[in-house]
Design a protein around this ligand. Structure first.
Ligand SMILES: Cc1ncc(C[n+]2csc(CCOP(=O)(O)OP(=O)(O)O)c2C)c(N)n1
Ligand SMILES: [Mg+2]
Length: 344
């Protein structure tokens, strides 16, 4: 949908100016969240962080096609997607700080907990979507997962179950062509991940994951199908990972660095900004203001996250067992002694 401002023309979009600008705001907020988080990590203010730089188009484009009653099931790569549903930045930052203030009630935002085990949220999303259908509700669910997740049993079980039960589910595969250091070519013999849709008997569509309007359009069609009783859709949003897997990763050992440079040069926020300027929808001043607002959100977010009182270390134990084994109380007491009686 987004051309190159030269030989490739822009496509026709069915969105008005307010929607186009809202999409831009969302992308800038996500980009700012991501870039600030890397700085906060280096400053020791958040823990290991899964970078989603250049995944903003997939996330903002797909969420824009949903209604508030639709449920979002993020992986760690979409950790900040709740921001697009009004979740405070402090909440997500607290999650990355390992603080209990980072755990929200999913029903407050219709955003499930961030899923770190690969693919295990796909059956959860399928179940929720099926439940919505059984109750005669109009809502659907979207599950985000990576290329590597398509090799997992949980993905297969969730996709197959949703297909068989005709659940209103959107399976959004962020194919950034890497699962940490494993390339997609070592993940599957399928020519394209979207080909897997045929095996489940559901429609599949492959889009440029850096084109926010293409992702929006593909998701809008999938949502329409789901609401109309047409069941799940598999969307493959294609990109090439242009940042390390996470702050703990050094991709120099395995990635094609020239390719990364090329991908960074055609990153998705700048591409969309170019489109909006060509369409006369965005001025430099507006863009500057939107960036400044996002920076303010992050400044306030980290300040609020850091103002949270330290959590009691006992929480780590309390939520691990319904019926704690003998010795656990002793372990906790010892930990408290080690921490000098502080709350940890
Ligand atoms: C069940 C499970 N196995 C292994 C891991 C370790 N792990 C963390 S991220 C990752 C790669 C996943 O790659 P992909 O699905 O392509 O998602 P991406 O990180 O590229 O968004 C792996 C194997 C895990 N978190 N969960
Ligand atoms: Mg991947």
């Amino acid at each position: 949908m987004i051309g190159d401002g030269d030989s490739v023309p822009d496509g026709d979009v069915q969105l008005g100016e307010a929607d186009l600008l809202a999409l831009y705001r969302d992308m800038v907020l996500l980009r700012t969240y991501d870039e600030r988080s890397i700085v906060y990590h280096r400053q020791g203010r958040i823990g290991t962080y899964a970078i989603f730089w250049n995944h903003e188009a997939m996330q903002a484009g797909s969420v824009h096609a949903l209604s508030d009653e639709d449920w979002i099931f993020p992986s760690y790569r979409e950790s900040a997607i709740g921001l697009l549903r009004g979740m405070p930045a402090a909440t997500v930052l607290s999650w990355w700080r390992g603080h209990p203030a980072g755990w929200w009630n999913p029903a407050d935002y219709n955003v499930a907990s961030i899923c770190v085990p690969i693919g295990t949220h796909v059956p959860h999303a399928a179940g929720l979507a099926w439940g919505k259908r059984l109750r005669g509700e109009n809502a659907c669910a979207i599950a985000y997962f990576g290329d590597g997740a398509t090799s997992e049993g949980a993905f297969h079980e969730g996709a197959n179950f949703a297909a068989v039960m005709n659940a209103p589910l959107i399976l959004l595969c962020n194919n950034n062509q890497w699962a940490i250091s494993t390339p997609v070519s070592a993940q599957t013999r399928a020519e394209a991940l979207v080909d897997k849709a045929a095996g489940y008997g559901i429609p599949g569509v492959r889009v440029d994951g850096l084109d926010v309007l293409a992702v929006y359009e593909a998701t809008r069609e999938a949502v329409e199908r789901a609401r109309g009783g047409g069941g799940p859709t598999f969307i493959e949003a294609l990109s090439y990972r242009a940042a390390p897997h996470a702050t703990a990763d050094d991709p120099k050992a395995y990635i094609d660095l020239e390719r990364v440079e090329e991908e960074r040069a055609r990153e998705c926020v700048g591409r969309y900004e170019g489109y909006l300027k060509r369409a006369g929808v965005l001025t430099d001043e507006q863009a500057e203001q939107i960036r400044a607002e996002a920076a303010d959100v992050m400044r306030a977010g980290i300040a609020a996250a850091e103002a949270e009182p330290p959590a009691d270390i006992g929480l780590v134990f309390e939520h691990a067992y319904g019926d704690p084994p003998p010795g656990l109380a002793e372990d906790l007491a010892e930990l408290r002694r080690i921490l000098g009686g502080s709350s940890g």
